[in-house]
Design a protein around this ligand. Structure first.
Ligand SMILES: Nc1ncnc2c1ncn2[C@@H]1O[C@H](COP(=O)(O)OP(=O)(O)OP(=O)(O)O)[C@@H](O)[C@H]1O
Ligand SMILES: [Mg+2]
Length: 255
C-alpha cells in the first residue's frame, strides 16, 4: 500500500519580482511519509526556490509571480498561516547563522515551542530531548553563535526535531560542513526518515544522497527532468548537467 501523502505540488511556477524567467517552471510532485528525497541540479537551477515553495515562503515572503497549488496534508498552503505551516513543515536554511539568535542552545531549540505557547518546562524538556538526539547535550548551555558550523547546523536540525513537524525541508544542509559532520548530519536525517518523517533536501553532494536518500529529483532550468531512485545519480544525465556522480572511491559502501 502506498505510504500516506504529506505534500503535493500541483503545476507550481514562480518567477522572482522583476524577472521574466521562471525559477520554478510547471512542477508537480507528491511526497510521502518516510521518504528521503534529494533535490539536485546545477547552480541556479531552482533548487532553493522549489524548496521555498513547499512551505509557502514563496510567495508569502518572497515576492514574484506564483502559479499553481501547494498542499500540505491536503490543505492549500496559500490559505493557511505560518504558525500552522510550521507545525507540519520545518525549514533548515543553508546558512545556520540565518536562524540562530538565542543565548543558549537550549533556549534556541525551545524558542519555537515557547512561541507556540507551550509551557516553559515542557518546551525546555522537548528542547533537551532534541539536542540529545543530534548529539549536542554537552553544549546545551553554550552560546550557539560560538559553535562550529557543523554544530550550528545540528542545532538548526534540533529546532526542527523539537517542533515535531512531519516534514523537514533542508537547503544544502552540509555545504559548509566537513565530511565527518556531513555524514553525521545525513545519518541523523536518515534515521528521521526511517521513523516516518519526510526529509526533503537540496544537495550538491551526490555521494551523501547515494548513501541516504530514497528518492532523487533532478531539476534543470526550474523543471523536474528526472524523478526516481538513487540509481538516477549514476545516470549520464548527472554529468551532463555538470554535477559530480557518486564515485566508489570517495563514497565508500552504501550503509
Ligand atoms: N532573490 C532573488 N531575486 C531574483 N532572482 C533570484 C533570487 N533568488 C534566486 N533567483 C534566480 O532564480 C533562479 C533559481 O535560483 P535558486 O537560488 O533557486 O537556484 P539554486 O539551484 O538553489 O542555486 P544554488 O545551487 O546556487 O543554490 C536563478 O536564476 C536565480 O538567479
Ligand atoms: Mg540554492
Amino acid at each position: 500500500m502506498a505510504k500516506k501523502e504529506v505534500l503535493r505540488l500541483e503545476n507550481v511556477s514562480f518567477s522572482y519580482a522583476g524577472k521574466k524567467e521562471k525559477a520554478v517552471d510547471g512542477t508537480s510532485l507528491v511526497f510521502r511519509e518516510g521518504e528521503f528525497a534529494g533535490i539536485i541540479g546545477a547552480v541556479g537551477s531552482g533548487k532553493s526556490t522549489l524548496l521555498y515553495c513547499c512551505n509557502g515562503l514563496v510567495p508569502k515572503e518572497i515576492r514574484g509571480k506564483f502559479a499553481g497549488t501547494v498542499r500540505l496534508f491536503g490543505k492549500d498552503v496559500a490559505k493557511i498561516g505560518f504558525p500552522e505551516i510550521s507545525r507540519e513543515a520545518s525549514m533548515v536554511f543553508q546558512d545556520p547563522n540565518d536562524q540562530i539568535f538565542n543565548l543558549t542552545v537550549e533556549e534556541e531549540v525551545a524558542f519555537g515551542l515557547l512561541n507556540r505557547g507551550m509551557a516553559r518546562e515542557e518546551a525546555l524538556a522537548a528542547a533537551r530531548k532534541a539536542v540529545a538526539r543530534v548529539g549536542l547535550s554537552e553544549k546545551l548551555h553554550d552560546d550557539p553563535s560560538e559553535l562550529s558550523a557543523g554544530q550550528k547546523q545540528k542545532v538548526a536540525i534540533a529546532c526542527a526535531l523539537a517542533a515535531d513537524s512531519k516534514i523537514i525541508l533542508l537547503d544544502e544542509p552540509v555545504s559548509s560542513l566537513d565530511w565527518r559532520s556531513s555524514q553525521e548530519v545525513y545519518a541523523i536525517l536518515s534515521g528521521l526518515a526511517h521513523e516516518g518523517k519526510t526529509v526533503i533536501a537540496t544537495e550538491q553532494d551526490t555521494c551523501l544522497l547515494s548513501r541516504h536518500a530514497t528518492r532523487i529529483i533532478v531539476i534543470d532550468g526550474g523543471k523536474v527532468v528526472k524523478d526516481g531512485g538513487v540509481e538516477v545519480l549514476s545516470s549520464s544525465l548527472i554529468e551532463k548537467l555538470g554535477l559530480r556522480p557518486p564515485g566508489p572511491m570517495s563514497c565508500g559502501a552504501r550503509k
